[in-house]
Structures are given as structure tokens and as C-alpha cells.
Design a binder for this molecule. Structure first.
Ligand code: SAH
Length: 394
């Protein structure tokens, strides 16, 4: 195996089991490993890990194992996948849904690999050079371990470019209609557009938060801002919301949201879908004198990395300020951020700033995170990206 030698004293993050090696920490690499090839990581001449080589990226290697003796071959992926699937099989969620995240990248020991299961269809993303290198072995192991014959690949995320990889999408194994994969979540039916939907098609990380807000929705007038395919809106209606206004800028998402509404025995007259920009639409609602008992804000990632945090902070503040103004006294705001570049602490302080500027008194009743099928390896805090607050406006 070719070796990657770390500069003196640059093994600290690896010792803490953080799986990324930045190019600045590398002294030299012996031989010329191919993109994605496995290299032995050495510190002061001693092997400390095995990793996938990714010369085009700032993260020039991602660790497969901190046991330098591990052989990276087909059986490694079979065993690692087995562990990931086993972890999910004992979660309470398996009794409530047939849609789960089976592999959550670094936190499941498979850097750059994401796999979501939507009933009998898997959606896989290979987002790192190492993941791409072992793509076939991983696909075969997925079929063997899950029994699913159809795997749709959504390796069309922008991050692939950072690894020097071309985008790729389409069926990697099997074939079937995948524009409307039917799934069940806490008794509610949803259709997932695996081919053209956002990310892998559905936001599984919000599953338990949708269920929580469903339980708080009875009798309330609800605004679901950034509704995508209607996850929170449908859950709120199922929870007995009096009226739901659901807003998203994507016409394709709203089309599916309407189908999701129809797929459940719910009163369609109590929901209004609006294709609009939330920033402008919240102002329109204010100008019309509308107000709500529950506002849900689940915007896209405004800051993928810390570098974009400043602009993102402005956007988060704006939507939260407007949401608090649209809330009736004693109303609830469920506000989320899935930006890796905005910490939970920073997010809370942005929301506090929004409340101060809105001139309202609000308190935190609960905190939200991602569902348990999105585990976070302790050595990889980047895996914890979704945070949210449930606020009570006084
Ligand atoms: N809450 C959803 C997921 C939201 S994803 C669920 O549980 O399924 C974020 C959504 O924000 C996407 O659907 C995207 O189309 C939408 N979006 C992005 N920018 C927007 C904007 N400025 N105004 C309205 N919607 C926007």
C-alpha cells in the first residue's frame, strides 16, 4: 500500500477520530496513488489509519479505519454496511416508517456515502473520491444486505466537484418507476421523487420533528414556510390544524405536496399551497394583516460552510423576525437550520436577535435535532448539521 506521511505534530485530529486529512497536514505521499485509492496514513513513521486518497480536494484523504491493519476490500464494505443497517433495525422509527437513512457518511464509517431507503428503493450518493472508487463494491453489498433490487444513484450533488468527480444520476441497480416512490411515515403517506427531488428526494432527518409538531397543531392556524413536498403541512393537518398555509418557491415541490395531501384522508379545504419566495411572502402576509398560531421555518442550507455564515445569519434573522411578527401572542415558532456553517449556539443567538428586533418576548420550549437514523460520530461534529428551536411567543 502507498503511504501518506503526516507532517510532524499533525496527527491530533486523527487521534480524536476525526476522519478528514487536510492537504496542509501532509508531508509527502509515496508512489502515485490513483484517485480514491487506499493509502496507509503514517505519523512519525508509524501507521495510524487507512484512508482514501483524494488529491483534488482540500480534504485530501478520508479515513476508512483508525485501525491501520484493516484491509479495505469488499468484505470491509459488507461488514460496515451490516453494522449501519443493524443500528437502524433497533430504532423505534422502524415501527413507524419504511423510509430511513441507512448510511450517514462519516458517522457510519463510510465517508462520502449516503444511502436512504424509500420502501423497496434505495437512493445512494457517492460524494467522495474513495466512495466513488469503491462504488461497485458498495452497490453490491447494499443489494446483498437490504434485499432491495433497485438502487437509484443521486451522485449529482455539487460537493462532488470539489473531489474532481463528474455528476452522475440514474439507476445503478435495477429499474422501476421512481418519480413517486410511496412511503409511509407515522401513518401518513408521502410520494418521493427520487429522480428529481431535492437531495435524495425527502427530508428524513425531520421525521420526528414533523411528528412532534403534528402533536402541537390541533386547532391552530399554521404557516409552513419552505414546505417542499408538504411534510410539515400534511403532518400539521393530520394533527388537527384548523388551517395551513404552505409556501415554497419550487413548483415541482408544490405539485408533489398536493399529491401528498390527496394520498391521505385529510380535508383539502383547510390547506392553501402558495408558490412564492418566503422572504417576500412573509411581508405580503404581514401587509394583509394575517397572523398564525404556529409558524414552521425549515429553510434550505443558507451556509454550507462557516465561510458563508455571515450572509446566512442575515437571511435567518430576516425570516425569523418576520415569523415572530406573524405570530399571535402565545403562538409557537418551530425554526430550523440545516447549515453546517451555523452552529446551534450561533443559530440561537441569531434567533434571539430577531426576537429583540421584532420587539417580542420569546422563550425556548424545546430543541430539535435530526432523527436517530442520522447518527453523529463523536469524533465528527460536522455530522451534526440540523438544529431547531421551538419558541413560545409572549
Ligand atoms: N420542510 C421540508 C423541507 C424543506 S427543504 C420537509 O420537511 O420536507 C427547503 C425548501 O425550501 C425547498 O423545497 C426549496 O424549494 C425551498 N426554498 C428555497 N429557497 C426558497 C425561498 N426563497 N422561498 C421559498 N422556498 C424556498
Amino acid at each position: 500500500m502507498k503511504s501518506l506521511h503526516l507532517k510532524a505534530g499533525r496527527d491530533k485530529s486523527l487521534k480524536r477520530r476525526h476522519p478528514w486529512i487536510f492537504s496542509g497536514a501532509v508531508d509527502k505521499v509515496d508512489g502515485e496513488p490513483a484517485i480514491g485509492e487506499t493509502v496507509l496514513v503514517k505519523s512519525a513513521g508509524q501507521p495510524i489509519a487507512v484512508a482514501a486518497w483524494s488529491p483534488k480536494s482540500q480534504i485530501c484523504a478520508r479515513v476508512w479505519s483508525f485501525d491501520a491493519g484493516t484491509r479495505i476490500e469488499k468484505s470491509f464494505f459488507e461488514a460496515t454496511l451490516k453494522k449501519a443497517i443493524q443500528l437502524r433495525s433497533v430504532l423505534p422509527a422502524v415501527h413507524h416508517t419504511n423510509a430511513l437513512r441507512l448510511v450517514h457518511g462519516e458517522s457510519d464509517g463510510l465517508p462520502g456515502v449516503i444511502v436512504d431507503r424509500y420502501a423497496d428503493v434505495l437512493v445512494a450518493q457517492f460524494l467522495s473520491a474513495g466512495a466513488e472508487y469503491w462504488r461497485d463494491a458498495i452497490l453490491d453489498a447494499l443489494v446483498a444486505e437490504t434485499g432491495c433490487e433497485a438502487i437509484y444513484e443521486r451522485s449529482d450533488a455539487e460537493v462532488r466537484a470539489l473531489e474532481g468527480l463528474q455528476p452522475r444520476a440514474g439507476f445503478a441497480r435495477g429499474n422501476r418507476e421512481a418519480k413517486r416512490c410511496p412511503i409511509l411515515e407515522h401513518g401518513l403517506h408521502f410520494r418521493v421523487d427520487v429522480e428529481a427531488g431535492q437531495k435524495t428526494g425527502f427530508f428524513l432527518d425531520q421525521r420526528e420533528n414533523r411528528q412532534r409538531l403534528r402533536s402541537l397543531a390541533a386547532g391552530r392556524e399554521v404557516l409552513d414556510a419552505f414546505c417542499y413536498t408538504g411534510g410539515f403541512a400534511v403532518a400539521a393537518l393530520a394533527g388537527g390544524a384548523q388551517q395551513v398555509t404552505a409556501v415554497d418557491s419550487s413548483a415541482a415541490a408544490i405539485e408533489i405536496a398536493k399529491e401528498n395531501l390527496k394520498a391521505n384522508a385529510l380535508d383539502a379545504a383547510r390547506i392553501a399551497f402558495e408558490q412564492a419566495d418566503v422572504f417576500a411572502y412573509q411581508r405580503l402576509l404581514r401587509d394583509r394583516g394575517r397572523s398564525f398560531d404556529l409558524v414552521i421555518l425549515d429553510p434550505p442550507k443558507f451556509a454550507p460552510t462557516a465561510a458563508q455564515a455571515k450572509n446566512a445569519a442575515r437571511a435567518y434573522k430576516d425570516i425569523n423576525l418576520m415569523a415572530l411578527k406573524l405570530l399571535k401572542p402565545d403562538g409557537l415558532l418551530a425554526t430550523f437550520s440545516c447549515s453546517g456553517g451555523v452552529s446551534a449556539e450561533l443559530f440561537q443567538s441569531i434567533v434571539a436577535g430577531a426576537a429583540a428586533d421584532a420587539g417580542v418576548d420569546a422563550k425556548i420550549l424545546e430543541r430539535f435535532g435530526a432523527a436517530a437514523d442520522h447518527p453523529v460520530a463523536l469524533g465528527f461534529p460536522e455530522g451534526e448539521y440540523l438544529k431547531g428551536l421551538l419558541l413560545l411567543r409572549r
